[in-house]
Design a protein around this ligand. Structure first.
Ligand SMILES: [Zn+2]
Ligand SMILES: [Zn+2]
Length: 234
């Protein structure tokens, strides 16, 4: 985004997926990690090695929650001192804080999740606001911080009628999309029940109820944000 190559929440097989997309990790400029659960951080050190060209050059930025950087209660830390030493810049992502990466302002937004230090990322790009909400349950505070998003990226863990604590189910995501009314909602972070129930079906329910274009994320999918939003599926 904005000519900046960022990698958000490099979970399991992130490096492999980059290889499939012919993306070079050495061109990554920033790694962002929202919280300290393995589906969000397992490939973090791999990405840092890639960014720093195998440790040959101190390079790149890491923005990460307190749990990822220092550890918090039962969580983390998730990035070794060695890998931290390979980076040019490390910033702790805490709710209410913000950083600038080149010209882009990134605000750290609240989540309500089992890692209490988790954050979402509200990225103010030249083309408008892109909000990566990260793992959370439906909550008024969380919702409030997504206002004005052109693209709302929601972690949909459970399908319709299968709510669990700390996560969003389809009814919750629908509520958020209805309230925020982004130009596009993108659902990711599917749990096994969603895979069985059909991620596309959950997206269709939300789109039908809200009139907001809603997509179920797919591997290798690209989204281009300009005056209009273009989506390419592979
Ligand atoms: Zn989580
Ligand atoms: Zn997760």
């Amino acid at each position: 985004m904005d000519d900046l190559n960022m990698h958000i929440d490099p979970g399991p097989s992130a490096a492999h997926q980059m290889h499939r997309m012919k993306l070079d990790p050495a061109r990554t400029e920033a790694v962002l990690i929202s919280h300290c659960h393995p589906d969000h951080y397992t490939d973090a050190e791999v990405m840092i090695e890639g960014m720093s060209r195998g440790g040959l050059k101190k390079r790149g930025t890491l923005l990460a929650s307190r749990s990822v950087l220092e550890g918090h209660q039962l969580h983390g830390p998730a990035v070794s001192k060695y890998h931290r030493s390979l980076l040019n810049r490390i910033e702790m992502a805490e709710v209410g804080g913000e950083v600038k990466l080149n010209d882009m302002r990134i605000r750290f937004t609240p989540t309500k999740h089992s890692d209490p230090t988790g954050v979402g990322f509200a990225m103010e790009t030249r083309e408008g606001l892109v909000s990566y909400v990260s793992d959370t349950e439906l909550d008024h505070q969380v919702l409030k911080h997504q206002e004005g998003s052109r693209i709302l990226i929601l972690p949909l863990t459970r399908p319709w009628g299968a709510r669990i604590p700390n996560h969003l189910c389809t009814e919750d995501a629908l509520e958020m999309v209805k309230e925020i009314r982004p130009e596009m909602a993108i659902l990711n972070h599917f749990g096994a029940k969603i895979i069985h129930a059909g991620a596309e079906k959950q997206a269709a329910i939300i789109e039908k109820e809200t009139g907001v274009r809603t997509l179920a994320a797919e591997d290798l999918m690209t989204v281009q944000l300009g005056k209009i939003i273009r989506v390419r599926r592979n």
